[in-house]
Ligand binder design. Structure first.
Ligand SMILES: [Zn+2]
Length: 265
């Protein structure tokens, strides 16, 4: 599942593959931008902002978002696509390379100076050069009665965590996902720890929280509902406690290592 670390690595891949080169093909396969033409323009850079990718081309910014399934592949011309053609949302080509974005959740093209209309709502970027712990804490503390699980997922507070980071971080910190932000024992230490986790993972493609990158060994609680806690053996619990009516947000936790703020039924 793409989270801030995956997006960060994807930005690097696009940046290394395309920057400094002139686009020879630009094919945005989404209705609202189907006629846009970026050919002849130089790709300046691709950066990540939270879970958004910003590819800056001439006076334009192409914003893409991976959502659940999205992926960007960058390769030499003539390479066989590893995803079905109908799932391609963006094709960019230079003299040297082809970049194809499959199953992208968002594709938007705006004037570069209007980027803020797309990403201006985001809180401090956990992997950004401007990461600001104090501002993230301030944002989180502004709603002390909010459940910490949902507060950490809210990209307006801080940008980059998805459900994997949120679940794993809460386990590592021994906090129940329904704990109110104002009740979290050491919020500063929690956020610092989470920032450290995502930074470490941003340097590799295999995400791990436990120290092991072996499949099945790399998570403490995520995807492990009903299985024994790696620390204490208690059966892990799972529930959708997201506060977004559209998207399911499953929480996974150990009822022993992460005691409930009020006793669980
Ligand atoms: Zn446990």
């Amino acid at each position: 599942m793409p989270e801030g670390d995956t997006v960060f690595r994807t930005a690097q891949k696009l940046h290394e593959g395309l920057s400094g080169q002139v686009l020879t093909v630009s094919d945005l396969r989404v209705p609202q931008h189907a006629t846009a033409d970026l050919t002849g323009l130089v790709v300046d850079e691709t950066v990540s902002r939270g879970k958004h990718l910003l590819t800056r081309v001439g006076p334009w910014t192409l914003r893409t978002h991976l959502r659940m399934e999205g992926v960007w592949h960058v390769h030499p011309h003539g390479t066989r696509w590893r995803r079905p053609g109908h799932s391609a949302r963006v094709v960019l080509e230079t003299a040297e390379r082809q970049a194809v974005g499959f199953w992208l959740g968002m594709v938007d093209l705006v004037p570069r100076d209007a980027e803020d209309t797309l990403v201006g709502h985001l809180g401090p970027d956990l992997l950004g050069p401007d990461w600001d712990l104090e501002l993230a804490l301030q944002n989180l503390r502004a709603k002390p009665d909010r459940e910490v699980f949902n507060a950490l997922l809210d990209q307006r507070n801080l940008a980059g965590f998805g459900t994997e980071y949120t679940n794993e971080l809460l386990f590592v910190m021994g906090q129940h996902p329904r704990t109110h932000v104002g009740e979290v024992k050491d919020l500063r230490r929690m956020i610092s720890r989470g920032q450290q986790m995502i930074s470490v993972n941003s340097t590799r493609w295999e995400r791990s929280f436990t120290g092991s990158t072996r499949p099945g060994q790399d998570h403490w609680v995520m995807f492990r509902g009903g299985r024994p806690c790696r620390r204490c053996g208690t059966r892990l619990l799972e529930a959708d406690i997201g506060d977004d009516p559209v998207r399911q947000r499953n929480a996974f936790w150990c009822p022993h290592c992460q005691p409930a703020p009020v006793p669980e039924l």
